[in-house]
Design a protein around this ligand. Structure first.
Ligand code: UDP
Ligand code: MG
Length: 314
């Protein structure tokens, strides 16, 4: 029985050695074989050197070095495409995902009751207040407007059976929002709650705007609600305009034409043009995603690896 552990790393030269130590400690105590798939996502520091060093000392380590920074989702996908294990796990390199949970996750899967065990943060301590507030708002919103459940506090840290990993590999969409994709593929998931842990070393790659963009991508990837909102807004505005028109014409026929109301006319024009631009923008978001999907560009390109028969481009 083999367990593949996928670790996307971007500029993690400080955290990676700590991570390696902690997680091999746990993995060696578990009675299963394992491979540690370290994906270097275009790091600009010494991360690759650290990976090579680890791979030289430990035959469990397979590193995949991407040709540039493709983003965490693509890095994870590269790992998924090359994981050989009967069980596949994803974990961050910064020790925010406690490796001690792995044996419990494996137990859950081996009991046969679940196909996937995932970690869920129950607290967000150590995170800026505004960030937590927006995160909560995002989860509320997306769960209301999407059919796919996105669990608040869910991390990408999870262990799954081969069947589920295959399903994730089969989802070859370009705009990958794994929190939604893991939900979309289904399977029986067991949630393991834990308290938030702060980064062991290094810095987070997320800026506030980066997160906002990620949230927008999530909405566009997993919901068509904004498009229906836009159609409804258009419909309601048109109906309203029709009654307004009728009112204005009838008033003109009965009372003649009092020339007044420049200000109100202007505000209506400005409001409606604003609304039109907004709606165009929403449609544009979907169009842009469609445009990218139709190009069918590869998700990742591996430029260096120590593994054999590695999928290098997909
Ligand atoms: N990461 C990556 N590519 C990126 C950004 C991040 O592979 O472009 C990795 C990073 O090295 C870490 C994980 O994704 O292992 C989570 O990143 P981070 O800790 O910055 O995110 P947070 O935990 O704050 O959500
Ligand atoms: Mg982190």
């Amino acid at each position: 029985m083999l367990l593949s552990l996928i670790v996307p790393c971007c500029n993690e030269q400080e955290a990676l050695p700590l991570f390696y130590k902690a997680c091999t400690g746990v993995l060696n105590g578990m009675d299963c074989g394992y491979e540690l798939i370290l994906v270097n996502d275009g790091s600009t520091d010494g991360t690759l050197a650290v990976m090579k060093d680890l791979a030289g000392r430990d035959s469990h380590v397979v590193y995949l070095s991407l040709s540039r920074n493709f983003g965490k989702e693509a890095a994870m996908y590269a790992g998924f495409c090359n994981a050989k294990g009967d069980y596949v796990a994803v974990m961050d390199a910064d020790l925010q995902d406690p490796p001690e949970l792995l044996p419990r996750m494996l137990e859950k899967l081996q009991s046969g009751e679940y196909d996937c065990a995932a970690a869920r943060r129950v607290s967000r301590d150590g995170e800026p207040r505004v960030r937590s507030w927006f995160a909560r708002l995002f989860y509320k919103l997306i769960n209301r407007i999407s059919d796919t459940e996105v669990v608040d506090g869910a991390r990408d840290f999870r262990l799954m059976k081969r069947e589920m990993a295959d399903a994730v590999v089969a989802m070859s969409e370009y705009n990958r929002f794994s929190k939604g994709m893991f939900g979309w593929v289904g399977f029986r998931t067991c949630w393991i709650p834990y308290e938030n842990v702060e980064r062991a070393a290094g810095k987070t790659k997320w800026s506030f705007w980066g997160l906002m963009k990620y949230a927008m991508d999530g909405v566009v990837s997993f919901s068509q609600a904004p498009l229906s909102f836009v159609s409804w807004a258009g419909f309601i505005m048109t109906a309203f305009a029709f009654f307004m028109l009728a009112f204005v014409v009838i008033r003109k026929l009965i009372f003649g034409d009092p020339v007044a109301g420049w200000a109100s006319t202007m505000s209506v024009i400005i409001f409606v043009s604003g609304l039109q631009l907004f709606c165009l923008g929403v449609i544009g978001q979907y169009l842009a995603k469609t445009y990218l999907e139709t190009k069918r560009r590869p998700h990742f390109i591996v430029s260096e690896t120590n593994g054999d028969d590695v999928t290098k481009i997909k």
